[in-house]
Design a protein around this ligand. Sequence first.
Ligand SMILES: Nc1nc2c(ncn2[C@@H]2O[C@H](COP(=O)(O)OP(=O)(O)O)[C@@H](O)[C@H]2O)c(=O)[nH]1
Ligand SMILES: [Mg+2]
Length: 468
Amino acid sequence: MSVPVFAVVGHPNKGKSSLVATLARDPSVGIGTEPGTTIQTRRFPMRVAGETLYTLVDTPGFQRARSALEWMRQNETDAASRPSVVERFVRLYSGEERFRDECELLQPIVNGAGIIYVVDGAAPYGPEYDAEMEILRWAGRPSMAVINPIGNPRFVDSWENALGQFFKVVRVLDVMMAPFTQQLEVLKAFGQLRDDWRQPLNQAVDALIEDRNRQSDDAASVIAELIAAALSCQEIKDLPKEADARKHTAVLEEKYRGRLRQMERRARREVESIYGHIDVERREAEMEMLETDLLSKESWLAFGLKKRDLVTVGAVGGALVGGVADAALLGTSFLAGTVLGGVVGGALGYFSSDRLADIRILKQPLGGRRLRCGPTRNLQFPFVLLNRSRLHQALVAGRTHAQRGILDVDTINQAAHDLVEPLDDATKRELARQFDRIRRTQAGSERRIRVLDQLTGTLARLLDESLL
Ligand SMILES: Nc1nc2c(ncn2[C@@H]2O[C@H](COP(=O)(O)OP(=O)(O)O)[C@@H](O)[C@H]2O)c(=O)[nH]1
Ligand SMILES: [Mg+2]
């Protein structure tokens, strides 16, 4: 079965390269504000699991469409000969400066590629485009048009009328921002251009959906690991007997937060690479914000969590009570700890704790003392971390490879409502149970692996819901 090949052509600076980057998921496609960024034709195969689903050919824009068409008109004998006139044109002028860009962009079409003609729906239609469309019609290949509304859709209607006369299929697609489902629609439309492309493009759509699901499963697994690691995270400092513990707490706490920050950053990188976004520059409110998040009602509301959820969360199957009992046990008899930060005032402290983690001073068997920061017992913490991760994942999954700017991840300023659905009560309870189990299992243990699997499953479901 032949792999469909499409040449993406049009006027300079209309988003041809952006369309190629989006549909071939390729960040290496050159996109520029200056016309003339694309000088040479280049093929970009869309591969999933090593198999090429289709190939897009990026091309330079038309420069001298009118003179080119004039030459073709002079050399035509009858309508049936038009494709061969275009071929002759390319053969004749290849390597010459005058029609360099025309030859570059027509070559793949002469070689058999289908045509995708890109126009800008924010700029008015004008007769200078007629020559371009006429040449493409002469080439006699299956073709469709894409109207890319760069910034605004003001002229989309008039474009639709004009393009409808030259192209059987016309679609509006914001090539830089197009959501996944719209990309699939356009691929299906490509399939209508030629009978023997229908099946490969339907298969391509299936493969892309499957790949998308795999990506969200992988992202779920990364986020589950992040939450587990963050819940287990602790920072320890051993001190000689005479040392003043209070002098070390600030440093220890900062180290602890630094570790959490690093974990989150690493997980974000991993999620980005799952979606093929490597080396994305990120603007984010990091863990400092996380603590603000923990304290701020706004962030709770933004994520659809309410103060009363703490009670729901805390009441899960006696989980919290169990947790507190453990701590009390460790604190008094086993490690003879005291607590700075005033949280171990009993169970109530845990319900209302706004702190990320506390520092404990533990007596060592051979004299000296051990300072320990974390693991956190804050109940909001895993939820806030989860929602930060969901927001980031949604932004990354929704980012096309034509977008080259900074990825702006800011939990509170973003319209988090729109991107991540609030958790329903059943899911909150399920998550609370799983978080609690994580707190009670050792990293690397069989039980931890089982809980991680369950949490990954819950998260995969959550991420899938936001997929389409
Ligand atoms: N805002 C916005 N900018 C776009 C869109 N498509 C293209 N651009 C910008 O327009 C410029 C030209 O895009 P490019 O894809 O290189 O156009 P080409 O010359 O036709 O290949 C770049 O600065 C793009 O970022 C779009 O859909 N929205
Ligand atoms: Mg280009």
